[in-house]
Design a protein around this ligand. Structure first.
Ligand code: A3P
Length: 290
C-alpha cells in the first residue's frame, strides 16, 4: 500500500494532478491567467511521449533548419517548461514566437489557450513504450522517485500515482477537449515512421514555409542518431542536481516496441486488463511494435 503512494519528497497534488516539487501550487494556479500571445506554441505531452524530440523539431523549423543563434542554447532555454520555471526566466518577454513545453492536463492550462488563442501540439505514444521509457528515466533523473521494482512502478503508472498522474486521463482529456484548443495531434510512432510528413504537418500548422532544402535539413537533424550526437538536443548538459551521471541518457533507445524487452507476458496482460478497453475509446490507432 505504502509503495503505491507517491512520496511527498518528490511530488505534490494540485487539483488531482501530480507535479514535481520544483514548482509550487501557487505558481501552477497562476497559470490559469498566463497571458497567451497569438503566435505562442505549446508542446503538450504526457512524459516520455516525444517531448524533447518535438522541441528540437520546432527549434529547427523556426530557424529554417540551421538554428542560427540558438545552437548554443540548451533546449530547456529555447523551449522552457511552462509549469516548471526553474531558471526564473521572464516568460512574458521571450522572443516571438514563444514556444513552451508542458505536461499540464488540459484543464490546468492557461484560460486563453483553452479559448483557442495560440497553438498546441499534442504528442502521444503507445503507453507500453511510455511506461518502459518512464521507468528507465526515473533511475536517471534525481528529481524523480526511485522505484527499482518494475512491477511496482507499473502498478503506480496504471494507478496514476506518478508525476503527471494517469496516462489515460491525460490523453483522453486532451482529445476530448480538442475543440477548445487550436490543436495539432501527433503520435510518436508516425514521427518515427515518417518524420518528413510530420515536419510538413507542423510547418503547415504554424504557418511556416520552408524550402525543400530546409525541410531536408530539419529532417536530417531530428533523427534519433543525429540528435543523440548533439549534446544540446540530447540534454547532455543537464545539471548534476537533475540528472545522475552514468545512470542513463535522455535519448535512450528511440524505438517502437521496446516495451517487449522489459515487460513480461504476464505484465503485458496485466497492463491490458487495466487499459485495453479504455484505450479503445480513444480516437488513436496505436502502433505497438515495428
Ligand atoms: P526511449 O526511452 O524509449 O528511448 P520525452 O522527451 O517526452 O521525455 O520522451 C523521451 C523518449 O523520446 C525517449 O524514449 C527518447 O529516446 C525518445 N526520443 C527523443 N528523441 C527522439 C528521436 N529523434 N527519435 C526517436 N525517439 C526519440
Amino acid at each position: 500500500r505504502l509503495m503505491m503512494e507517491p512520496s511527498k519528497e518528490f511530488v505534490f497534488n494540485y487539483k488531482g494532478f501530480y507535479f514535481a516539487v520544483n514548482t509550487t501550487p501557487e505558481y501552477v494556479a497562476s497559470l490559469e491567467n498566463f497571458e497567451i500571445k497569438d503566435s505562442d506554441i505549446f508542446i503538450a505531452t504526457y512524459p516520455k511521449s516525444g517531448t524533447v524530440w518535438t522541441q528540437n523539431i520546432l527549434s529547427l523549423i523556426l530557424h529554417e533548419g540551421h538554428r542560427n543563434g540558438t545552437e548554443n542554447m540548451e533546449t530547456m532555454d529555447r523551449i522552457p517548461w511552462v509549469e516548471y520555471n526553474i531558471k526564473n526566466m521572464d516568460y512574458a518577454n521571450l522572443p516571438l514566437p514563444r514556444v513552451f513545453a508542458t505536461h499540464l492536463p488540459y484543464y490546468l492550462t492557461p484560460k486563453e489557450l483553452r479559448n483557442k488563442k495560440g497553438r498546441v501540439i499534442y504528442v502521444t505514444r503507445n503507453p507500453k513504450d511510455v511506461l518502459v521509457s518512464y521507468y528507465h528515466f526515473s533511475k536517471f533523473i534525481r528529481t524523480l522517485e526511485k522505484i527499482p521494482d518494475f512491477n511496482i512502478f507499473m502498478e503506480r503508472f496504471l494507478a496514476g500515482k506518478v508525476l503527471a498522474s494517469a496516462w489515460f486521463d491525460h490523453v483522453s482529456g486532451w482529445y476530448n477537449h480538442a475543440k477548445d484548443f487550436n490543436i495539432l495531434f501527433l503520435t510518436y510512432e508516425e514521427m518515427k515512421k515518417d518524420l518528413r510528413s510530420t515536419v510538413l504537418k507542423i510547418c503547415n500548422f504554424i504557418g511556416k514555409k520552408l524550402s525543400e532544402e530546409e525541410i531536408e535539413s530539419v529532417v536530417r537533424q531530428a533523427t534519433f542518431e543525429n540528435m543523440q550526437k548533439d549534446p544540446r538536443a540530447n540534454y547532455e548538459n543537464m545539471p548534476d542536481d537533475i540528472a545522475i551521471k552514468g545512470k542513463g541518457r535522455f535519448l535512450r533507445k528511440g524505438t517502437i516496441g521496446d516495451w517487449k524487452n522489459t515487460m513480461t507476458v504476464a505484465q503485458s496482460e496485466r497492463f491490458d486488463e487495466v487499459l485495453k478497453e479504455k484505450i479503445q475509446t480513444l480516437p488513436i490507432k496505436f502502433t505497438w511494435d515495428t
